[in-house]
Ligand binder design. Structure first.
Ligand SMILES: *Cc1c(COP(=O)(O)O)cnc(C)c1O
Length: 219
């Protein structure tokens, strides 16, 4: 299937999900997750009208941002502090701030570059061991720190629910956390569950495989 055809299918399903939830399609941003996808195919997506691309490896983002024309980049992966320099300013939105140390590194770099970096906080909604994301009990203090951090604009929350089981209650939990903190953006839903995420209030869905096909395993 061509990227343009796959994109049209995903967009149609987003519209259906919005209709079912009585929401407006313009309130849901599709982030086409292009990790491991080469720059030529990223360009194909942009040329087919998909302007927002999501990456989760810092150097890959830096490299593709130099080549692909017309894209708006989001960073959605785990971020090491020494790689913040590749991401701040290049990504219009960082979805994956999950610690005070990372927040401070992003804030420092944004200030040095005289810019305001839009960010989401990634929440470990299912309290999984080993998983990225701030714990639910530490979220409130990280929200406060993020609101106070110079050079940072806090826009909302992000989660990756467990691969097994029904993700809906985790989506609903993220939504109620966002409401509690008066945050507008909710990044949740991937190829397997973005319609459910839209029904639960997602404003950003991160879809890779359904657009670009299966990825090869990464070494
Ligand atoms: C890879 C990835 C996605 C996309 O997953 P698909 O199942 O291919 O749609 C979404 N979010 C994050 C954080 C990812 O790393």
């Amino acid at each position: 299937m061509s990227i343009a055809v796959a994109l049209a299918e995903v967009r149609a399903r987003i519209e259906k999900g919005c209709a079912a939830a009585r929401r407006q399609p313009r309130d849901v941003t599709l982030v086409a997750v292009s990790k491991t996808v080469d720059a030529t195919r990223c360009q194909e997506a942009v040329d087919a009208g998909q302007l927002v691309l999501g990456e989760n490896y810092a150097q890959e983002l830096r490299d593709k941002a130099r080549i692909v024309r017309g894209a708006t980049w989001h960073f959605i992966g785990p971020l090491q502090r020494n790689k913040v320099k590749y991401v701040v300013g290049t990504a219009a939105l960082i979805h994956s701030i999950d610690s005070l140390a990372l927040l401070e590194a992003v804030s420092a770099h944004a200030q040095r570059s005289s810019l305001r970096q839009r960010c989401l906080l990634q929440v470990n909604v299912a309290q999984e061991a080993q998983k990225s994301g701030v714990s639910v009990e530490d979220l409130a203090s990280l929200v406060d720190a993020t609101r106070d951090a110079p050079g940072i604009e806090l826009a909302g929350l992000m989660c990756i629910p467990p691969a097994e089981g029904d993700p809906r209650r985790h989506f609903a939990a993220l939504r109620s956390l966002a409401e509690r903190h008066a945050l507008a953006e909710l990044s949740m839903g991937m190829s397997g569950d973005y319609e459910a995420a839209i029904e639960e209030g997602a404003t950003l869905v991160r879809v890779g495989t359904a657009i670009f096909g299966a990825r090869e395993a990464r070494a």
